[in-house]
Design a protein around this ligand. Structure first.
Ligand SMILES: NC(=O)c1ccc[n+]([C@@H]2O[C@H](COP(=O)([O-])OP(=O)(O)OC[C@H]3O[C@@H](n4cnc5c(N)ncnc54)[C@H](O)[C@@H]3O)[C@@H](O)[C@H]2O)c1
Length: 475
């Protein structure tokens, strides 16, 4: 099939490349000439494992092209809209201007009977908005096919998704011929696009536009709820002297609960979850459903509160004041295996530490080049070893594998004071304690220290004030 993908960011570039790998002829359209140039050369403009290989394959087979010109998509039978739907600058609602302008730009170039399918995450009612733009072309069909890929595993998620969701006019009952039972319209077109996935047994759910629009937001709201729930419990664990890691491990073994997204720490960020729960909250408010509205406000508040807690703990571990302290932050991206720094909790915390007067050095395996321009208060260092040099406090804020595996002995030789705040609760605390480190987590007993440990002088005089040390050891 001939397919176009409009918007070639984290979602669209992966979608275009995976469709080409399935044998379709794909053209990716983006307004960013730099991105298009790079994609056309077969190199991803961001870090996504496996994407470069797919782009190179698409270039070799000639099945994958990129352009800034909407006219280059004119032969496509199916057009996927994959542009951003960020949070509005002046409210919590989703900004639909990119979707509107992309649809308007495509309008003059749609061939007879073309199918336009949205993949962006959108509030209820978006299909009606775009339908009005496409009204002059009654031969063109509109559908919604929300995307569930996760950055870091996006290629695999696209090639082996958990499910395919099609939102179609009239819902499920209108998706199949009453005579033959065969799929018709948008359902038939999407079945042709995803034929290899359907043949492999990937479940396909057909539903109304409103349901399709809500599914993705509801899924993200649930994931965010799980993260914020365990983070709220982590605070309770701190207050009660319990250990949230042990608690969540035990909870997660219950198959009704499950262990995924039940890991306490600094909380979520990125280009999706935060803006999606705010959009969900706004939709609930507009529709007068206060339970969802209040719920999402609480989830968002708990999540942002983890950043405040981390900054407070960092100050505590510096003896009460951050001014003048050398702090090293491990991690800049919003999560591991991506270079995406949109609403990164790590960079937010790092910037606040710097605002409080700390000298903050940030390191990250992939995101340093993107981050340094946007955070002038922070010093960036690509090498972990160099970043750790002379640190008085180390914060682990993004749980890249290489930080999980960091040797406490090696790190200990580089820093000035062996104090680590593991805000992702991923370090082997015992191994670090054995090397004489003060270890703090969020809601864990990692920081439990005997007075003997503190008395060995490992920390050096004046590293932490007595009150802080006692507070840490009392946990
Ligand atoms: N990133 C993810 O993991 C993910 C997963 C599922 C769903 N989504 C949703 O997908 C959508 C896109 O997210 P993203 O992370 O890829 O965003 P992104 O910012 O990385 O990409 C959006 C792209 O659209 C381009 N664009 C903007 N206006 C355009 C226009 N008129 N014509 C052509 N291109 C245009 C931009 O230049 C950019 O490259 C959002 O709604 C998001 O919520 C994202």
């Amino acid at each position: 099939m001939k397919i176009s993908v409009i918007g070639c960011g984290y979602l669209g570039a992966v979608h275009a490349a995976t469709l080409a790998s399935m044998g379709h002829s794909v053209v990716g359209i983006d307004v960013d000439p730099g991105k298009v140039r790079q994609l056309a050369l077969g190199t991803a403009p961001f870090h996504e494992p496996g994407l470069d290989e797919l782009l190179q394959d698409g270039r070799t087979t000639g099945k994958l092209l990129f352009s800034t010109e909407p006219a280059d998509a004119k032969d496509a039978q199916v057009h996927f809209l994959c542009v951003g739907t960020p949070q509005e600058k002046t409210s919590d609602a989703a900004d639909l201007t990119f979707l509107v302008s992309a649809t308007e730009a495509m309008l003059p170039h749609l061939s007879a009977g073309a199918v336009v399918v949205g993949k962006s995450t959108v509030p209820v009612g978006t299909v009606d908005l775009l339908g009005a733009i496409l009204a002059p072309r009654p031969d063109v069909l509109l559908g919604w096919n929300p995307e569930f890929l996760r950055q870091g595993t996006a290629v695999k998620d696209s090639l082996v998704p958990d499910r395919l969701v099609y939102g179609v006019e009239g819902g499920r009952s209108a998706a199949f011929s009453p005579v033959t039972g065969s799929p018709v319209g948008v359902t038939a077109a999407l079945d042709a696009v995803y034929e290899p996935l359907l043949a492999a047994g990937i479940p396909r759910l057909v539903c109304s536009f409103a349901t399709a629009e809500l599914i993705k937001s509801a899924a993200n709201a649930y994931l965010a709820t799980k993260v914020s729930f365990i983070n709220a419990v982590a605070e309770l664990c701190d207050a009660a002297g319990a250990d949230v890691s042990e608690l969540s491990a035990a909870m997660g073994l219950d198959p009704r609960i499950g262990s995924r997204y039940l890991h306490a720490g600094l909380g979520f960020g990125g280009g999706c979850l935060p803006k999606d729960i705010r959009s969900f909250r706004t939709q609930a408010a507009t529709l007068g459903v206060s339970a969802v509205e209040d719920w999402m406000r609480l989830v968002d508040g708990v999540n942002l509160g983890q950043r405040d807690r981390t900054v407070r703990l960092a100050a505590e571990l510096c003896g009460g004041a951050l001014a003048g302290r050398s702090v090293t932050v491990l991690g800049a991206s919003f999560k591991p295996d991506t270079d995406d720094i949109r609403d990164s909790p790590a960079l937010d915390v790092a910037d606040r530490l710097a605002a409080a007067g700390a000298h903050v050095t940030v390191t990250d395996p992939k995101a340093v080049n993107l981050a340094w321009r946007r955070y002038p208060r922070l010093r960036f260092e690509a090498s972990t070893e160099k970043a750790l040099q002379d640190a008085e406090l180390v914060l682990l804020l993004t749980e890249w594998d290489e930080y999980r595996r960091l040797s406490p002995a090696l790190a200990g030789r580089l820093v000035r004071r062996r104090v680590v705040l593991d805000a992702r609760n991923v370090l082997d605390a015992e191994a670090w304690l054995e090397e004489g480190w003060v270890v703090r987590g969020l809601g864990t007993s990692a920081g439990t220290l005997s007075h003997d440990t503190l008395g060995t002088g490992t920390l050096g005089a004046g590293t932490l004030n007595a009150g802080t040390l006692n507070a840490a050891s009392a946990r």
